[in-house]
Design a protein around this ligand. Structure first.
Ligand SMILES: Cc1cc2nc3c(=O)[nH]c(=O)nc-3n(C[C@H](O)[C@H](O)[C@H](O)COP(=O)(O)O)c2cc1C
Length: 379
């Protein structure tokens, strides 16, 4: 089978080889994106650890991310990493807004790389969901006396919920400042050794807030039409691509639907993917929800996979499926059926960091066992 994804054909500048696969693909078929080799199709989905001080990575991140590289994943992505201090969800978020953050990340990424996985970093700005307590402290809005901060920013002055902080609408100069911060954060991620960056444009954080008509009621060139609402995300992608090497992949995570009347839809997601691909985006990571509270989500095994499949087929771009993917057979089938190019796992990889090794055993594949652990490999 050849050219599953007729990607990267628009801007000459970003043109690189399409994803090319010989023979039927399965969970342990390697994947090349640009000049990055992924040893299989399993990615560690970004997961906030809320364990940083002043944005710094520490030994927790070293062990958490490092053990998942040892466990056999092809790509190990950091949690949402704030591009500006004001863009943290909580005071304990990981950050990448200053050069001082680089050395510890570099140590972690070097270890991930040494164990055969590709280090990736998710770049984020929390928008109107900033300045909140960590989940195990209730997740509510934090006042300034509780380590919170003001102002927090969004496209429009609409709080997420009645108990949330009312954000300040961004003016054009502030939008440009944040766009630039994403670009600079990607440069720092590269300096630290990340070989994939993912822009977080999902789950009701700043870039998703611009996309969704439920949180964006602006009347300027960043609101109203689909083109206007997607403008800031496109500018972020362009800012990153100005310095992010053409040999390295750029991913975008979206909420493929808001699951809400009058909100962002899967058709919008297909349109957005078509817009982002020529700007140098290689893969759309298809999550959902988070724009507004109190929506009904039909969560169940693989419930977001159809979004990855539609974006992949209708926009002709590589996708990652995520959400309640837990068994090796389920993950393998998603790849075999061409519903997505990668599967990202979150909670199942918290339960078992060695899931990819176990999956390879169960599927009769040769897993990427570290030499130190070979004696545990089933014959
Ligand atoms: C502890 C935890 C932290 C998370 N943090 C992030 C994050 O930083 N960025 C993000 O895009 N998604 C985040 N998510 C969502 C996951 O990446 C994933 O999309 C979601 O958990 C569904 O996948 P799963 O069913 O395999 O857990 C988080 C999920 C969990 C459980």
């Amino acid at each position: 089978m050849q050219i599953l994804v007729p990607a990267f054909q628009c801007y000459k500048r970003w043109m690189t080889k399409s994803i090319e696969i010989t023979g039927p693909a399965h969970l342990f078929t390697p994947l090349e994106i640009r000049e990055v080799h992924l040893r299989n199709r399993v990615g560690v989905s970004p997961m906030c650890e809320y364990s940083s001080e002043d944005g710094f990575a520490n030994d927790w991140h070293f062990v958490h991310l490092g053990s998942r590289a040892v466990g056999g994943a092809a790509m190990v992505m950091t949690e949402a990493s704030a591009v500006l201090a004001e863009g943290r969800i909580s005071p304990q978020d990981l950050g990448i807004w200053k050069d001082d953050h680089i050395p510890m990340l570099a140590r972690i990424f070097r270890f991930i790389e040494e164990h055969g996985a590709v280090p990736a970093m998710q770049l984020a700005h929390a928008g109107r969901k900033a300045s909140t307590a960590v989940p195990w402290m209730g997740g509510g809005a934090l006042s300034e006396s509780e380590q919170g901060w003001r102002p927090i920013f969004a496209p429009s002055a609409i709080p997420f919920s009645p108990k949330s902080i009312t954000p300040e609408p961004l003016d054009n100069a502030e939008i440009a400042r944040i766009v630039q911060a994403f670009g600079e954060a990607a440069q720092r991620a590269r300096e630290a050794g990340a070989r994939i960056v993912e822009v977080h444009a999902a789950h009701g954080y700043l870039l998703h807030e611009f996309l969704s008509p439920l949180s964006n009621t602006r009347t300027d060139c960043y609101g109203g039409s689909f083109e206007n609402r997607s403008r800031m995300l496109c500018q972020v992608v362009q800012a990153i691509r100005q310095t992010w090497p053409a040999s390295l992949p750029l991913f975008v995570r979206i909420s493929a639907t808001d699951w809400a009347e009058g909100g962002w839809t899967i058709q919008d997601s297909v349109g957005l993917a078509k817009q982002l691909q020529p700007l140098g985006v290689d893969l759309i990571d298809c999550s959902s929800g988070g724009a507004v509270p109190n929506v009904t989500i039909p969560a169940g095994p693989g419930y977001q996979v159809p979004f990855a499949e539609r974006v992949r087929k209708e926009a002709g771009i590589a996708t990652a499926a995520v959400g309640m993917i837990t068994t090796p057979q389920q993950a393998d089938q998603i790849i075999r059926d061409g519903q997505a190019d990668m599967v990202f796992l979150a909670r199942e990889l918290l339960r078992d960091p060695y899931w990819p090794l176990r999956a390879a055993d169960e599927l009769g594949q040769d897993g990427p066992w570290p030499k130190q652990y070979l004696r545990a490999k089933r014959a």
